[in-house]
Design a binder for this molecule. Structure first.
Ligand code: DGY
Length: 323
């Protein structure tokens, strides 16, 4: 693949200043200045004539958009590891290359996973609110008792790069690591974790379920009422993957009844909408999809995309090429 000397690029969201400066230096760049989430029809209109389309997980790059941009479009680069928002079959059919940002965000995402896990198990939302609202009347022997981690089992659904980064940190808290994956990892990657061939096997062993698999249409609704019922009574659920893997109604019902003790959620179906049932519950800790949100990580993600586009322009195959 080659790119013209004056490659035109459309940037759908505001990236970090360092990355935007680097993009300006390399491309004839149009920027969606107000950082709004653009519908796909608007992306197709505003990116017309561009060779490069820079998006994030908030932009749906569907078949119609790809078809409309196909006469010039060569690369879609997404500032995310997930790519469920891109119609990969349409991109492949149109000869459009797709880049994403694996690896560089694994540590940051694992940190947020642990933040959610700790806040869910140790009642972070209730504790914060008690202090902020002045409701705290002083230390008490039975106040805000939570679930300790030492000796418990963390079941990781999706033991890819992020899942493994979570496992390393979770072990330091005394958790036993179990996982379910499409296939078993080799021993060097597995690092002593227990593999479950079936998801049901993982669920029944998990005091804490960590949903860390990449988003994919085939995984939508995986954690429905039947699956959640396989968790031990009083288990904790954490989701840093994509909201649509979890059936909200089922999880809310389980949280209400106490069958699931608590949840920590960074991702939601139909973001930025959040099922109102979650807001009503004290035993849920919520964050607004901030897994990779550190200065260093967002810079590194941007650089990875720039390096990937440049490599493609030289006819090379960068490691972060999806198709
Ligand atoms: C990712 O990188 O996929 C994160 O979820 C941010 O979109």
């Amino acid at each position: 693949m080659t790119l013209p000397q004056r490659t035109r690029a459309f940037l759908c969201r505001r990236f970090t200043p360092a990355v935007e400066t680097a993009l300006q230096a390399r491309f004839v760049l149009q920027v969606n200045e107000d950082d709004s989430i653009l519908p796909s029809t608007e992306i197709a209109r505003r990116a017309e004539g561009c060779e490069v389309l820079l998006v994030s997980a908030t932009e749906a790059v569907d078949a119609a958009t790809i078809a409309r941009l196909a006469p010039t479009l060569r690369v879609v680069a997404t500032l995310s590891v997930g790519y469920d928002h891109i119609d990969m079959a349409a991109a492949r059919a149109a000869g459009v290359r797709v880049l994403h940002t694996p690896d560089v965000l694994s540590d940051a995402c694992a940190e947020i996973a642990l933040m959610l896990l700790l806040n869910a198990c140790r009642r972070g939302f209730e504790a914060d609110r008690m202090v902020r609202t002045g409701a705290w009347a002083g230390w008490a022997p039975t106040q805000l008792l939570g679930m300790g981690l030492v000796g418990r089992t963390l079941g990781i659904f999706g033991m890819g790069r992020i899942g493994r980064a979570i496992a390393v940190r979770a072990k330091a808290f005394g958790l036993h690591i179990h996982y379910h994956n499409r296939s078993r990892l080799d021993a060097t990657l597995e690092q002593g974790a227990t593999y479950h061939q079936t998801l049901d096997g993982l669920l029944s062993a998990s005091d804490i379920l960590m949903v860390a698999a990449p988003g994919a249409p085939s995984l939508r609704g995986t954690f429905d009422a039947e699956r959640l019922a396989r968790l031990p009574e009083g288990a904790v659920v954490v989701n840093i993957s994509r909201g649509d893997l979890v059936d909200d109604e089922a999880l809310i019902a389980a949280l209400r009844s106490g069958r699931v003790r608590a949840a920590g959620l960074d991702v939601f179906a139909n973001e930025p909408q959040v099922h109102p049932g979650y807001r009503e519950l004290d035993n849920v800790f919520l964050s607004p999809h901030i897994g990779s949100a550190t200065h260093e990580t967002r810079d590194a993600m941007g650089w990875l995309l720039i390096d990937g586009i440049e490599a493609l322009g030289r006819g090379e195959t960068p490691d972060n090429l999806l198709s």
